[in-house]
Design a protein around this ligand. Structure first.
Ligand code: PAF
Length: 274
């Protein structure tokens, strides 16, 4: 696996490499990322991963400094997963000057996670567009675990007519249902034992809706109450339309249940398509 940090070197290394499939990450890789790398292999000729902890998408009180950086272990995992090239720019490679031009997503950036993480999706969209310009892939994979992020990137790619197929990868879970995430490492033993409740609740919402319940707000309130009783501090539990994450209209549009809640100081997010 080639490891490259400079944009110019990346561009020359990617000449004549057929269909390039790209999986951007912030490192601290787990089985969820590796599954995206393996799927990437089936979509093209050259698989490119990136590792870059993007300061622009972290709020002032978020975990940018303590975000786990495990570069050597990540390289070993990517190599074992058959990734052809790793783009691992430093901050001065990617942001040689303050990033004054940014991508401003529309209203979707202010709902759900965006309401609680102001500026987050601006930072994500900006770095993803920049990474796309560096790698110039024909396809890119993003995990469905970050459902709103996938939506923002899909919509940005479509509206800016980027010639890139955006592919959503299924969430990989631990045996007890907890969605794999780099932030799970912050959980204490007791919190880790409690954490699968979030997915159980989302599954419960799915079962209830499939069984015909349409009192969505009540379902959301019940889930929030159960989380509060179990010691969680929730940002939201919400049932939304898959297409644009707007509230359900009562018609038969596909739905998704999403949640973000804090166990101790660790914020977990998850979702389930209905
Ligand atoms: O999902 C992530 O790891 C990040 O948000 C991404 C897409 C790599 C952009 O920094």
């Amino acid at each position: 696996m080639q490891i490259i940090s400079a944009i110019a070197d990346l561009r020359s290394a990617l000449k004549n490499r057929g269909r390039v499939v790209f999986v951007p990450t912030m490192g601290n890789l787990h089985a969820g990322h590796i599954s995206l790398m393996e799927q990437a292999r089936t979509h093209g000729d050259t698989v490119v991963a990136s590792i870059f902890v993007n300061r622009l998408q972290f709020g002032p009180n978020e975990d940018f400094d303590k975000y786990p950086r495990t570069f050597q272990a990540d390289c070993d995992r990517l190599e074992a997963a058959g990734v052809d090239l790793l783009f691992a720019p430093t901050e001065s490679d990617l942001y040689p000057e303050p990033q004054a031009y940014t991508v401003e997503p529309p209203a979707i950036q202010n709902i759900l996670d965006g309401e609680f993480r102001p500026g987050h999706f601006r930072g994500v969209a900006t770095v993803v567009l920049k990474l796309f310009n560096c790698v110039q892939p024909q396809a890119a994979l993003f995990g469905k675990k970050d459902y709103q992020q996938l939506m923002v990137i899909r919509n940005m790619t479509r509206q800016l007519a980027l010639p890139i197929d955006i592919i959503g990868g299924e969430t990989v879970r631990a045996e007890d249902g907890l969605a794999l995430s780099s932030r799970n490492g912050y959980l204490s033993t007791a919190e880790r034992a409690e954490a699968p409740r979030l997915y159980r609740l989302l599954k419960g919402i799915r079962t209830a809706i499939r069984a015909g319940r349409s009192d969505i707000e009540k379902l959301e309130t019940e889930a929030l109450a159960e989380l509060a009783t179990a010691g969680w501090k929730s940002d939201y539990v919400a049932v939304r339309q898959q297409s644009d994450l707007s509230p359900p209209t009562g018609e038969n549009a596909p739905l998704v249940a999403l949640a973000a809640s804090r166990l101790g100081s660790t914020r977990l997010i998850d979702n389930i398509e209905i």
